[in-house]
Design a protein around this ligand. Structure first.
Ligand SMILES: [Zn+2]
Length: 208
């Protein structure tokens, strides 16, 4: 099993690049604790949808078979449930093409802007993210971690982006970055990625 895990997760040591080596609620400062009370977010983070997950659990977007393994430690960000892996869960690291998947729904043609990268998912059918009503802030946030907000047009082309060092008020920081992105009428969706590894975290679409 250890060999499988090693093969499945090259270069993705715990927390490196993911900004989540500690549980997201570990040792909050008094100010961060106060911020946790602010539950609602101005924009809706989207997990990988169930149909796509079903396919990824067979063959991923790079054409590779899914290789499940038990994660003894946990901590990495799950793109299916938008929370950290819990120790002992059965997961897989698969290649996912978020823009291609979105374009298949909308009819956009991203062409050369299409790309794919590694994401962690549960290896078996799972519950999905917590409902917005009870969710606390944005997923995979930790003050001090670095993120990019990459903006795409309705045609699937990159139309700019920005860098964010997550502030202590994590929800306010993300809200502000998305508000700024959607102030540009060209922007149809935003991908949030970790800076160091470029790993895709989640997507937000223009509110209707
Ligand atoms: Zn899941």
């Amino acid at each position: 099993m250890a060999g499988v895990q090693g093969a499945a997760a090259p270069g993705f040591g715990k927390g490196r690049g993911w900004g989540s080596q500690r549980p997201e609620t570990a040792s909050p400062t008094p100010r961060a604790r106060a911020n946790l009370k602010r539950m609602s977010t101005a924009f809706a983070p989207r997990a990988i949808d169930p149909d796509a997950l079903k396919q990824l659990r067979d063959t991923d977007d790079a054409g590779r078979p899914c290789v499940p393994y038990i994660d003894p430690e946990g901590g990495d960000p799950l793109r299916c449930c938008l929370r950290a892996v819990r120790a002992g869960e059965r997961i897989a690291l698969v290649s996912y093409a978020p823009l291609r998947r979105w374009a298949a729904e909308t009819g956009a043609e991203p062409g050369a802007y299409d790309e794919q990268g590694p994401v962690f998912i549960h290896a078996d059918p799972c519950e999905g993210p917590e409902p917005a009503a009870t969710r606390e802030g944005y997923p995979h946030v930790k003050a001090g971690s670095l993120r990019t907000f990459r903006r795409y047009s309705a045609e699937g082309r990159i139309v700019g982006g920005r860098f964010l060092e997550i502030p202590e008020d994590t929800t306010a920081g993300f809200d502000e970055a998305f508000t700024e992105a959607f102030a540009d009428p060209q922007v149809a969706l935003v991908h949030v990625r970790a800076v160091e590894y470029g790993c895709f975290h989640f997507e937000v679409r223009r509110p209707r």
